[in-house]
Design a protein around this ligand. Structure first.
Ligand code: SAM
Length: 242
């Protein structure tokens, strides 16, 4: 059954008018008609079974019938990444949502090759991934921040949260033991750009008491591969896969 993210409030009997894009998708692409049902969610009131009361391709209208899943809390997993170019950026955003990140934070590092981010594109990817993988809260997409500012304000913003640093310069080892030592801590993950972290950045990161470097094994992974690999080991050892 199709799942769509909407901004509207959802409650018993609520009437929801979709925008042109979503109306076209439901009425023309999926050929939904009056009486058909879809699931709507808004990130606040859980998932609702809704029935089409109008199937106009320009403005589909639905009525909320019943809540079929309660709202789940937003994940506390913070994910910082150096933006990649175009479709790999789309990929990283979608995988971060599927892997359970609650905040997705673009971090501009020395070798980041992207300097202008279209945040509406990032949000659209996050919403599409949330619809597809049945996440009920769409992760927050942060405004881009420099690595220097991120680290300089970390404690003030994040308190005791630890920052797991995927360090391609670390000696090859399994991250499981290191991550196991963080059980019960609030966690952030930082993954670098295609060009990796500079030596100065690595030195600065490894000198901070809230930073916990991990290796992702003996091979250099592409940044988008590293993101999925690091999020997987975090979720599997101390995250919500357990
Ligand atoms: N400097 C290399 C390059 O130019 O290809 C490595 C950069 S790598 C493609 C991008 C990011 O993925 C790194 O900054 C790091 O965060 C992560 N990464 C890749 N392989 C890793 C590994 N074996 N251990 C830890 N992190 C890794």
């Amino acid at each position: 059954m199709p799942r769509l993210f909407v901004g509207h409030d959802l409650s018993q009997g609520a009437v929801i008018g979709l925008d042109k894009e979503q109306s076209l998708y439901l009425a023309a692409v999926l050929r939904k008609a009056v009486g058909d049902e879809v699931v709507l969610f808004n990130g606040r009131e859980g998932a609702w079974l809704c029935r089409l009361t109008s199937d106009s391709k320009k403005s589909v209208v639905l009525e909320a019938v019943e809540q079929i899943a309660p709202q789940t809390p937003v994940s506390d997993l913070w994910y910082g990444f150096a933006p990649l170019k175009s479709e790999r950026l789309d990929y990283v955003i979608q995988k971060a949502v599927e892997m359970g990140a609650g905040v997705i934070q673009p971090v501009m590092t020395q070798y980041t090759q992207v300097n202008r981010l279209k945040t509406e594109r990032l949000s659209a990817n996050a919403i599409e991934a949330a619809e597809q993988c049945e996440v009920l809260s769409v992760p927050e997409i942060g405004d881009e921040v420099s690595l220097e500012r991120l680290l300089g304000t970390w404690k003030e913003v994040h308190g005791t949260r630890k920052l797991v640093f995927a360090d391609e310069g670390a000696a090859s080892s399994s991250p499981l033991e290191t991550l196991d030592g963080l059980r019960g801590e609030r966690i952030g993950l930082l993954v670098g750009p295609e060009g990796g972290f500079s030596d100065e950045e690595r030195e600065k990161l490894n000198g901070l008491d809230f930073v916990v470097p991990i290796s992702l094994g003996p091979r250099i992974l592409r940044a988008d591969t590293a993101a999925v690999a690091a999020l997987a080991v975090i979720q599997a050892t101390i995250g919500d896969w357990r």
